[in-house]
Write a protein that binds this ligand. Structure first.
Ligand code: GDP
Ligand code: MN
Length: 381
């Protein structure tokens, strides 16, 4: 789970890392109510990087200017994410920009410390164009990052004196934060020199979802789309993808192989919804309604293997909520004969073979030509 910059900075502050204290607002005119020292920086709060380059980070010398920036940034689309909030912080007078991060390195089976005197730009770019400017540290899990290790890293960046002491403290704390919060990534870019001191101008935290239960004090994830959140509320497992074929299946394994089948036949899933074992008639109706609401869905593929799930329940759900987009239905297993009868009364055919079903779904998506409204009658035989 990714945290917003302002959330990450709250965690940073709790650990004693130096950050600018600011305020989060969701309306441009809220700038007027802030008692803050100018100039300020207005920063889009989205869960993607490179906000600066995308125009989501702007300096303002006056409240009027800050309000204009907030108006421009709020509602902006940054890499597919709509900006709903901006962080307003006192601007730092930056003298130099560094990079510091701790990240899980699965290949090395270690936590890696990554630092560079070439901060402020994407670290991937530095790594590609001038790898010699990156200092790497394989953290010994038994030792962690004590001061002498952190100091060694700081020396490699060219720090000395007070700055070296500050860097040492920041690196040791950042590692402890990474460890204690079960992070996957804790990154400061830029770690800036301001008035001869170091300041965390940006903060990025990615936490390990598997450890979420140990951190109930942390904010809930905002990575889900509105439809994903709605599905979660109905107890349905729903994930959005990039393609145009909506997928409903039962069981994670069946759903995964359904996605593979679609890809094999040249199609792309728009999303998938796992109705799980023992899906009810009502659950099926909700599922059909939900997956079709994603913009750009051109066809629906329902792939059900009746075990605990009864195909007749599924069929009743389909008949009560006939898909609006062309649909391919494959179902087999418990009560499939009854299910086929139920579907037949509504003029809907359902196949048995998953490959045929997938191929039909891909054809429907390709042939739909943007036209909607055709009923779900074109399933495979
Ligand atoms: P990112 O682009 O999403 O990584 O957002 P950052 O918070 O890193 O901001 C992008 C860039 O804006 C930074 O690298 C800085 O160069 C600049 N910036 C951000 N905050 C300040 C600030 O307080 N003062 C100054 N002078 N520049 C800033
Ligand atoms: Mn940054």
């Amino acid at each position: 789970m990714k945290l917003h910059e302002y959330q990450a900075k709250e965690v940073f502050a709790r650990y004693g890392l130096p950050v600018q204290t600011g305020t989060v607002i969701d309306r441009p005119d809220a700038v007027r109510g802030l008692s803050i020292q100018y100039p300020v920086v207005v920063k889009a709060q989205v869960l993607v990087g490179g906000r600066g380059k995308a125009g989501g980070v702007k300096l303002a010398k006056t409240p009027a200017e800050a309000e204009a920036h907030a108006r421009a940034i709020l509602g902006m689309d940054i890499k597919g994410e709509r900006v709903g909030r901006v962080l307003v912080v006192p601007a730092a007078d930056i003298e130099a920009e560094y990079y510091l991060a701790f990240v899980t390195d699965r290949a090395a089976r270690r936590v890696a410390g990554i630092a560079s005197a070439a901060g402020g730009v994407e670290i991937e770019t530095v790594a590609r164009e001038s790898p010699e400017k990156i200092a790497r540290l394989d953290v010994d899990p038994c030792l962690g990052v004590p001061s002498f290790v952190a100091r060694g890293l700081g020396r490699r960046l060219g720090f000395s004196g007070t700055l070296l002491e500050e860097f040492t403290r920041i690196a040791a704390i950042l590692y402890r934060l990474y460890w204690d919060e079960d992070a996957d990534l804790a990154e400061i870019n830029p770690l800036a020199r301001v008035g001869g001191h170091l300041l965390c101008v940006d903060a990025k935290l990615v936490l390990d979802d598997n450890a979420a239960y140990r951190h109930r004090d942390l904010p809930p994830s905002e990575e889900m789309t509105p439809l994903e959140r709605e599905a979660r509320e109905h107890g349905l497992a729903y994930v959005e993808l990039e393609g145009d074929i909506a997928v409903i299946g039962n069981g994670a394994g069946l759903v995964m192989s359904t996605l593979d089948l679609l890809a094999h036949f040249g199609g792309r899933a728009a999303n998938f919804l796992d109705v799980g074992g023992g899906a009810s008639e009502e659950g099926m109706q909700t599922a059909i309604e939900l997956v079709q609401r994603k913009p750009g869905v051109r066809a629906l593929f329902i792939n059900i293997f009746g075990g605990i799930t009864r195909c007749d329940d599924i069929a009743r759900g389909i008949v009560k909520r006939p898909p609006r987009v062309p649909a391919s239905i494959r179902l087999t297993g418990t009560n499939e004969v009854e299910a086929r009868e139920i579907l037949k009364t509504a003029g809907i055919t359902a196949g048995i073979d998953p490959e045929e079903g997938a191929r039909a779904a891909v054809a429907l998506a390709k042939g739909a030509g943007g036209a909607s409204g055709s009923a779900a009658k074109g399933g495979p035989r």
